[in-house]
Design a protein around this ligand. Structure first.
Ligand SMILES: [Ca+2]
Ligand SMILES: [Ca+2]
Length: 350
């Protein structure tokens, strides 16, 4: 390779001169640059574009990172479920609540003791990550607002069929009512007069009507539950149809029974609403009961007893990452739930 001393020297001199000028008068150089930019709107625009692109890239990176973390959490949860499935073990455990109700309407069997809120890994995650948002959502959505809104897509609470062998857990969420209601379920019939009815919460009464992080309710014999308390219903075979029933004021001798299956109700109309609510790693099925007949002054607010059903194993890949409650798709494929539009509603709202 031959050298070019002349050209090299020339470039060196030019460079030194520019450096000298900039060092001697930095302010002059900067204002000259600015003037040049101001005179060139295209360049200004170019710079703004570059800044915008850098910002977008930063946002995309953060979003990607969050997505990666979410995927990882899902994969870990899935691995845990697969492991439990392989070992034929339940992922549900818990510790018995210190207060168990002595109520026993219709002398029905009680499926299992009530477990205290946040007493195993799954319920602790539920308590911290799901219950606050879910309670807030229910406060905003149910009550008077249900009666005024006919357009929501809901799940049909009379068609809750398990698609595979599953472990089922029911969380108590709360309820606004003057009654001490009883919650039960039936897998071979509807209500309490057919099949195999069993009690879940003999007395679904709490000192608070909804979860409130600032108000930790004391459990007592007349108000044995706290939001987040739960009962493990056990392992159920694929094809099991879950029917839930409420005995209105059952803990105080009441005997009006309402099923999630409207045809089992004396008035023949629906006393429950159901919808899917998405959690991080598993969707929940949420059910709200109305505890009065319309001829007894039902307000049809569907918040007299609120509970959530957690069904495992689920495949997190079936879930969509919707931050808001997912009304239709999440549980639809999972449980074979049929959807219905609430086309008809009782007009009695006294
Ligand atoms: Ca009501
Ligand atoms: Ca109510």
């Amino acid at each position: 390779m031959t050298s070019h001393p002349v050209s090299l020297k020339f470039n060196l001199t030019l460079g030194l001169t520019a450096a000298f000028l900039a060092a001697a008068s930095p302010v002059a150089a900067q204002s000259a640059d600015r003037a040049k930019l101001e005179a060139d709107p295209a360049k200004l625009e170019e710079q703004a574009k570059l800044a915008e692109m850098a910002k977008l890239e930063e946002m995309a990176k953060a979003e990607y990172q969050a997505k990666l973390e979410e995927e990882q959490a899902k994969a870990e949860s899935q691995a845990k479920l697969e492991e439990a499935r392989a070992a034929d073990k339940t992922v549900f455990a818990g510790e018995k609540s210190p207060v168990q109700s002595s109520a026993n309407p219709f002398k029905l069997d009680i499926v299992a003791p009530v477990m205290a809120a946040a007493s195993d890994e799954t319920s602790t995650a539920f308590q911290k990550e799901t219950l606050p948002g879910l309670s807030e959502y229910l406060q905003k959505t149910l009550g008077d607002k249900v009666a005024g809104d006919d357009s929501r897509l809901l799940l049909d609470p009379s068609k809750l069929k398990l698609q595979e062998k599953s472990d089922v857990r029911v969380y108590f969420l709360g309820g606004e009512t003057k009654y001490s209601n009883t919650l039960g379920f039936n897998t071979t019939g509807s209500g309490v007069f057919s099949g195999n009815p069993q009690l879940i919460f003999p007395d679904a009464t709490s000192a608070v009507s909804t979860y409130d992080p600032a108000n930790d309710p004391k459990r007592s014999s007349s108000a044995p539950l706290a939001p987040g308390d739960f009962v493990n219903l056990g392992r159920m075979d694929a094809g099991t149809l879950l029917d839930f029933f409420l005995i209105s004021n059952g803990a105080n001798g009441g005997s009006d029974v309402f099923s999630t299956n409207p045809s089992a109700n004396k008035d023949g109309i629906s006393h429950a609403i159901a919808f899917a609510y998405s959690m991080a790693n598993s969707p929940l099925l949420v059910i709200g009961f109305e505890d009065l007949y319309s001829w007894d002054g039902a307000d049809r607010d569907f918040n007299d007893l609120l509970f959530a059903i957690d069904i495992r194993p689920v495949d997190p890949r079936d879930l969509t990452a919707t931050p808001e409650p997912a009304m239709a798709t999440t549980l639809f494929g999972l449980l074979g739930l049929a959807m219905q539009r609430r086309a008809r509603r009782s007009t009695a709202t006294s």
